[in-house]
Ligand binder design. Structure first.
Ligand SMILES: Nc1ncnc2c1ncn2[C@@H]1O[C@H](COP(=O)(O)OP(=O)(O)OP(=O)(O)O)[C@@H](O)[C@H]1O
Length: 243
């Protein structure tokens, strides 16, 4: 593995409610790369992300982020997390929402403009969040995370509900961030987005089926489409076969 691991997860077990939902996950995420977290609904993607940002109680195993245990106070300004449900102040404008986070993290107003531009909301900068669509609200949340310039960005399905052009633009932005040294962990249901990732974490039913590059996945399965390759991998594994 080139570069150091920004995120190092060892033998992670997590219970939610009565059930164990992660069953011994081992993952290393390389610094300055985009890692895609893919798998069917309910397979444990959000739970794994919550472990990385330190908001999930862990049954056993370790999650080390930038050399410290996940959730450490020292990581607060270094790790950004955008959840699936946007958390923004409805009564503030787009710009003021982002400016609030910029102030919290000591960033200048130029960073606010840059973050609002990056998520394609420049035209809506003076509009109240309450008057935005669901997809636009999600992008305000993303801008609030971007403006803090974290070293690690954990993004839970950031492109859901976005039109294709905006999806492409956001992925370009993610690639620029990674090239500048940011580590991104991005979940998605959409296999064609996997193409943008250096490494893929393919999950099913709380198990990690593989950590592999898109080209490695094609080679391993003999499939040309990533969708087909993932299905092939699922069929070859026996995870969930009792259902
Ligand atoms: N608060 C909770 N209490 C009990 N079980 C939960 C809770 N939240 C999630 N789960 C269970 O944990 C498992 C993993 O859920 P998780 O949200 O991590 O999946 P996911 O892959 O992110 O799904 P999606 O793609 O639909 O967001 C699922 O079986 C889910 O039912």
């Amino acid at each position: 593995m080139i570069g150091s691991a920004a995120i190092d997860i060892r033998d992670l077990h997590v219970r939610r409610g009565r059930n164990e939902v992660l069953h011994g996950i081992d993952v290393q995420v390389r610094s300055g790369s985009i890692t895609g977290l893919l798998g069917p609904s309910g397979c444990g993607k959000t739970t794994l992300m919550r472990c990385v940002v330190g908001t999930q109680i862990v049954e056993s195993g370790t999650v080390t982020v930038l050399g410290s245990p996940a959730g450490s106070v020292s990581l607060r300004s270094r790790v950004g997390y955008v959840t699936q449900s946007p958390s923004v102040y409805a009564d503030l404008t787009v710009r003021k929402n982002v400016a609030y986070f910029a102030a919290l993290y000591g960033q200048p107003s130029s960073a606010v403009t840059e973050a609002v531009d990056a998520v394609g909301l420049t035209r809506f900068a003076t509009q109240k969040a309450a008057d935005l669509s669901g997809g636009q609200l999600g992008r305000v949340s993303l801008a609030c995370a971007l403006v803090a310039r974290p070293e690690i960005l954990v993004l839970d399905e950031p492109t859901v509900g976005l039109d294709p052009l905006l999806r492409v633009e956001l992925w370009e932005r993610f690639e620029e961030l990674a090239a500048a040294g940011t580590t991104l962990l991005v979940s998605s249901h959409v296999m064609d987005e996997a193409e943008h990732c250096a490494s893929l974490l393919l999950m099913r039913d709380g198990y990690l089926l593989a950590q592999v590059s898109p080209s490695g996945l094609r080679e391993q399965t003999g499939e040309t489409s990533l969708e087909g390759a993932f299905l092939n991998l699922i069929r070859a594994s026996h995870v969930g076969s009792e259902n």
